[in-house]
Write a protein that binds this ligand. Structure first.
Ligand code: GUN
Length: 289
């Protein structure tokens, strides 16, 4: 039996349609949700991400402000830009695209963003609220993974399941574990120093892979009947001299034994931008309500 292929594009389109309706409602009340996106330097992958974020924002009626700063921008100049946006009441969300050039402290920049405008959910105030189970702006990718899991399991279906998160990044692994715990899962976080990571993963009813290593999770890492969410987006060279995207999960090997699995591309990826725009609307509502 082959797994349910979780269609992230379709789920993201539904969320984007909801966001579009929310934006239209706010605009009728005289509030035009606005998202500022800052890119420092010319990293090609970041350039594509930022372009997509801005295009998608505009497609749902969110005003976007794009700041492209040169790679040699000083930390002080970037912080000044963030402070100006913090003080601008017409801007509801601020996103600084990571990674930043090495001479700029990402932590300092994240902490400089006003927590109520932190649509990435990276500020320690939002991280703290999430870990306390309090209302906050939640990081977009893990929030998207939760939505995908609920499309398979229903609203309460995660309760009591064993979830294994592979990877402990601040952007995905840690907030993912917090959200799964909030949904009453038993949560294990597996990382590069874990002993026998494959054996821990084989206990998972739900596995979320976020390590950034192409096809690392093979069939021997997955319990038959598990639900597998693949956050990895890895660009690899093909024998024909081109490149293609693959996830952290070896999809052809794992799909035959999973209950449900996200493809790459077309799984978690589309959920991230949809989540960002949903956070922008939430931030606009909180700031103007
Ligand atoms: N770089 C890669 N993913 C992200 C993200 O979710 N937010 C920001 N700001 N930068 C990123």
């Amino acid at each position: 039996m082959s797994a349910i292929r979780i269609d992230g594009k379709a789920v993201a389109d539904t969320l984007l349609a909801e966001v579009g309706q929310d934006v239209a409602g706010l605009r009728q009340q005289g509030v035009h949700p606005a998202l500022a996106v800052i890119l420092v330097g010319d990293d090609p992958a970041s350039d594509v991400y930022v372009r997509n974020k801005v295009q998608r924002a505009e497609a749902v009626g969110i005003r976007s402000l794009e700041y492209r700063l040169p790679a040699n921008t000083s930390e002080a100049a970037l912080l000044e830009r963030v402070q100006a946006l913090n003080g601008d009441a017409s801007v509801h969300g601020i996103l600084v695209q990571m990674p930043l050039p090495a001479h700029i402290s990402e932590a300092s920049v994240i902490q400089a963003i006003a927590p109520h405008k932190d649509v990435d959910g990276f500020h320690r105030e939002n991280v703290g609220s999430l870990s306390l189970g309090q209302e906050s702006l939640v990081p977009c990718t893990p929030a998207g993974c939760m939505r995908l899991l609920r499309t398979v399991l229903g609203e309460d279906g995660l309760k009591g399941l064993h979830a294994v998160v592979v990877g402990r990044s601040n952007i995905v692994g840690k907030p993912m574990a917090a959200l799964l715990l909030q949904a009453d899962c038993s949560v294990t976080v597996v990382h590069s120093r874990s002993r026998d990571a494959a054996a821990l993963c084989r206990q998972a009813d739900i596995m979320v892979a976020a390590v950034g290593r192409p096809a690392m999770i093979g069939a021997d890492w997955v319990k038959p009947g598990a639900i597998v969410i693949d956050v990895g987006i890895n660009r690899i060279a093909t024998p024909e001299g081109k490149t293609r995207l693959i996830g952290d999960v070896d999809y052809p090997a794992v799909a035959p034994l999973a209950h449900a699995i996200t493809p790459v591309p077309g799984g978690v990826g589309p959920m991230t931008i949809a989540g960002l725009l949903a956070n922008t609307v939430k931030a606009a509502r909180q700031q103007t309500g």
